[in-house]
Design a protein around this ligand. Structure first.
Ligand code: M6R
Length: 611
């Protein structure tokens, strides 16, 4: 979603801001803009904004435009349509204060009404525009104090950056619920909402916490709490794997990320599965065996693809570790006033680590005295920091909005955790060793499948021509069916439904006719025969079937109009790491065939930082 960049230093800010915005494009946005002060030759803050891709903005920005201090923004519309007046930065009435903002000002209507009564004229429909006007109202010559006072009146979430024409060489930044990170260079300072924008410029960073405000100059920053009092946080080193990822020889990031899965899975598993002990080690959880033995329940929380991985994780916790477990959509969990058992363990699953709904669920667990740990990809992200303990999934940067390699790494990390807990509580060394060895073999199996993925084009022809597509499976394969349906919706905009296979006959089967493609996920596990019966039922109503099944399963292949074999796994819990692959490829190639914007589908954002 929205992204923020900022720069103060001796260099021309415009090209640096543009590069930062380009790196934030993957988050999803619909307009972009920058504001420059300090050397622009204008008494006002100089702003340029454009609707559409950052490339549109780049055409409008003179890279040589002077200005050594600047802020930039990519906007994903929440309040007010997608147009230039609603794009950030927003200015006060005198054009001398500019603000970029991520998050939502919840009491914007009341503030706006008040300011309008005082004669302020608004130029946009955004919630954000109240900020520059409020700051102007309280400005008495000290930028930090003006922003601090203005924010006292504000309810909601924000990460903001503010520049003042009267104070060239200064940016004021503040955070409440929307991440911000500052980076220290040699005589220059960078600001961003996402450390990806800083990679390559500096590795010395500091993350702001909620209700903190800072004054940034080329020499560094001073950090204070919003309600007063100077503080400091340690400077951290940006993770080495946080490098800006280019597409390389691949046509799209999504395809590249699908093909990175053997490597990302290896990174996730390596050093964690310990076959000699028949178990696993996840140091980041920092749990003693006694603590593991007393976990009463595991709750796995996430949204979208991360929720689908959570479903597999919860199944593994029950089946492997024999701990009662459930998965729940984080946005629902946080508002249903859940009962939090202090001896339960909650896991918050998130690729970005910035999803507002998941962060809200983390806070709900914490407020009620519960224990919650992150299963997160982005190192240093808000969820990772809020949880303090957890597992990094190490998929590497995922740029395409449609998540692929993060899903498999999340599943793998949750399987490793289940193995670790299982070994402590129930599993004998032999069984643990078998499971661990099978997990370690998965990256090679994924690689072998991707080299020869089978009849993907035939499947694409079938789904691309359908009015809507059904996906079904049972057990963990239902989670895979949900993930396959989500991918095809996101990337190809094809209406899809996913059901536990046996549920079809309780209603949805009414929709089946000879034009309906049905994608069935049927690995050779304990549910195989039952799922194949469900396939027979839809075939009897004329459905055309794409069946993802284990290699060598002749019965499953014979029932399929399009048969896609994947490498076989002994444990059904491991099968999602393979059965999901053809579904990722089908979505990708269907999107391609239909001319969709693969890496940045319409209306979507990579990090969903608002509720
Ligand atoms: O960053 P997160 O894993 O917390 O994101 C959760 C969802 O927004 C995300 O998985 C979304 O559903 C993806 N676009 C799926 O491809």
């Amino acid at each position: 979603m929205c992204g923020i960049v900022g720069y103060v230093g001796p260099r021309n800010a415009a090209p640096l801001l543009m590069e930062g915005l380009r790196r934030l494009e993957y988050r999803g946005y619909d307009s972009a803009g920058i504001a420059l002060t300090d050397g622009t030759g204008s008494p006002d803050v100089h702003i340029v904004r454009r609707v559409g891709p950052v490339a549109n903005l780049a055409e409008a920005v003179d890279p040589a435009s002077l200005g050594h201090t600047g802020i930039g923004h990519t906007r994903w519309a929440t309040h007010g349509g997608v147009n230039e007046p609603n794009a950030h930065p927003h200015l006060d009435s005198t054009n001398r204060i500019a603000v970029v903002h991520n998050g939502i000002i919840e009491n914007h209507a009341a503030i706006r009404a008040l300011l309008e009564e005082e004669g302020v004229h608004f130029r946009s429909q955004t919630d954000t525009e109240v900020l520059p006007h409020l700051i102007r109202k309280f400005y008495r010559g000290d930028p930090l104090e003006a922003v601090r006072t203005a924010l006292q009146a504000v309810q909601g979430t924000y990460g903001i950056a503010v520049t003042f024409a009267d104070h060239p060489g200064v940016i004021i930044a503040a955070r409440n619920g929307s991440p911000l990170v500052v980076g220290k260079g040699e005589g220059e300072t960078f600001l961003a909402s996402d450390p990806t924008a800083l990679a390559g410029y500096t590795r010395q960073v500091m993350y702001l916490e909620d209700r903190e405000i800072m004054r940034i100059t080329a020499e560094g920053w001073e950090l204070t709490r919003l309600d007063g009092g100077t503080i400091s946080h340690a400077i951290e080193e940006l993770a080495e794997d946080l490098v800006w990822s280019e597409k390389g020889d691949f046509q799209h990031h999504m395809l590249k990320e699908i093909h990175e899965q053997p490597e990302s899975l290896r990174r996730c598993l390596s050093g964690r599965v310990v076959p000699e002990e028949g178990g696993a080690r996840l140091g980041g959880l920092d749990l003693t065996t006694r603590e593991i033995a007393t976990i009463s329940r595991v709750g796995v929380l996430g949204c979208g693809t991360s929720f689908h991985a959570s479903l597999v994780g919860a199944a593994a916790m029950e089946q492997l570790a024999r701990i009662p477990a459930f998965a729940e959509i984080a946005s629902e969990f946080r508002y249903r006033n859940p009962v939090i058992d202090p001896s339960a363990l909650f896991l918050a699953v998130s690729q970005s680590g910035e999803t507002a709904d998941t962060l809200g669920a983390v806070r709900e667990v914490q407020v009620k005295g519960g224990r919650v740990m992150g299963v997160v990809n982005v190192v240093g992200s808000s969820i990772a920091r809020a949880c303090g303990r957890g597992v990094y999934v190490h998929s590497g940067p995922e740029i395409a909005v449609a998540s692929t390699k993060a899903f498999t790494s999340q599943v793998a990390a949750l399987l490793v955790a289940s193995l670790m807990f299982g070994r402590t509580r129930h599993i004998a060394a032999d069984e643990g060793r078998r499971f661990g060895n099978e997990l370690l073999a998965v990256p090679d199996l994924v690689s072998r499948y991707l080299e020869n993925p089978g009849a993907i084009d035939a499947a694409v022809e079938m789904v691309a021509g359908g009015k809507y597509v059904f996906f079904f499976g049972r057990g963990v394969s239902h989670a895979v069916a949900m993930e396959g349906a989500l991918k095809l919706k996101e990337v190809a905009y094809i209406p899809c439904m996913s059901y536990p296979a046996a549920e079809m006959k309780h209603g949805p089967i009414a929709l089946i006719d000879p034009t309906t493609p049905v994608v069935a996920i049927v690995p050779d596990d304990v549910m195989r025969d039952k799922t194949l019966s469900n396939v027979q039922e839809v075939k009897a109503r004329g459905a055309r079937t794409i069946i993802v099944h284990s290699e060598g399963d002749k019965d499953a292949a014979a029932l399929a109009d399009v048969s896609i074999p994947v490498p076989r796994t002994r444990s059904s819990l491991i099968s999602p790491l393979l059965t999901v692959l053809p579904l990722q490829l089908i979505a990708y190639r269907a999107g391609l065939a239909l001319g969709r914007n693969i890496d940045r589908p319409r209306n979507l954002a990579k990090s969903v930082t608002v509720e």
